[in-house]
Design a protein around this ligand. Structure first.
Ligand SMILES: [Zn+2]
Length: 311
């Protein structure tokens, strides 16, 4: 089976160089605010149960956002890079609450209708075939499941000005993605909306982020003030999206939906990413597919579905 190329953060110090020491406090704090506004509220006694028990975090990296997903019993952290997941393990600790899965977002190793919610933050950015990746998310969400998606917006003010001044070749106004660096893509908001609708998602909220991602502003204005102003401006995402980062809350609607179904044991979550067979057989250091015979590694608390074990 051929899948698009994957952007691999294996061995990367991304968490340290980009987030911890890269002057990204403003972006990190505005994301935290957006997630609070978009995440399902924890179930109230007797109230509507919108919050879920099981959340899938796609492109979890070193788990920067994971502690923000309150109200979930269990979180599956998925990333293509094993070393990123090891950093997440160090941050979050060993616990039944977190399940670590190294896998390709184009070949998710989960049964259909498994999750109550999914998030994909700063990850679509690396998808050469975005609709394909989004389609995988739709399949593993149960009907009514909530999907929180962040994408990099090609229709941002900086790109518009640069284009109008003739300093940039590509048009920010057209629907196709732009690959501005290898495996780094910006998307048009309308294109993302179209993909989600075609897949059977209903968009409930849109927030725009990083209104003030401008070097000199970040240097001269205190971060708290920029964060506060951004938090006010985020709501304008309902009307227009001209910032570099956009958050969308979408719900998986009835059409083609798979009803939520799940047993408690973790093994029942998985399917073979190659042939789709489920359940897999637990062989302690691997999960074996009784249909195609492939073995998927389990080591130091990380399920590895990238490549089968060769034996
Ligand atoms: Zn198989």
């Amino acid at each position: 089976m051929s899948t698009p190329p994957v952007c691999n953060y294996e061995g990367s110090d991304y968490q340290t160089s980009f987030w911890d020491k890269g002057g990204r406090e403003y972006e990190d704090r505005t994301e935290s605010i957006a997630l609070k506004r978009l995440l399902p509220t924890p179930a109230l006694a007797g109230g509507a149960r919108e919050s879920g028990r099981l959340l899938l975090e796609l492109g979890a990296g070193a788990g920067r956002n994971t502690p923000r997903y309150l109200g979930f019993d269990r979180i599956v952290l998925l990333d293509y890079s094993r070393t990123q997941l090891e950093q997440a393990q160090q941050r979050l600790g060993a616990s039944d609450k977190y399940i670590y899965v190294a896998a390709d977002a184009y070949r998710l190793p989960f049964i259909g209708g498994l999750f109550d919610a999914a998030t994909m933050i700063r990850t679509l950015h690396h998808m050469a075939d975005a609709p394909k990746a989004l389609g995988q998310v739709k399949k593993v969400l149960g009907t009514g499941g909530v999907f929180i998606l962040e994408f990099a917006n090609k229709l941002n003010l900086k790109a518009i000005f640069r284009y109008l001044l003739g300093r940039q070749q590509w048009s920010p106004f057209t629907l196709e993605p732009v690959e501005f660096a290898k495996l780094n893509f910006d998307f048009h908001p309308k294109a993302v909306r179209n993909w989600l609708k075609d897949l059977g998602f209903a968009i409930e909220k849109t927030l725009t982020l990083s209104h003030f991602r401008v070097g000199f502003l970040k240097r001269i204005v205190p971060t708290s003030i920029l964060v506060f102003l951004d938090s006010l401006f985020q709501w304008t995402g309902a009307w227009w999206q001209l910032t570099p980062s956009v958050f969308v809350k979408a719900k998986s609607v009835e059409r083609d939906g798979i009803p939520l179904h799940r047993q408690d044991n973790i093994l029942s979550y998985f399917k073979c990413p190659d042939c789709g067979h489920s359940p897999l057989i637990d062989k302690t250091d691997c999960l074996e597919c009784s249909n195609c015979g492939k073995k998927w590694g389990v080591k130091d608390g990380i399920y590895d579905f990238r490549e089968p074990i060769k034996k």
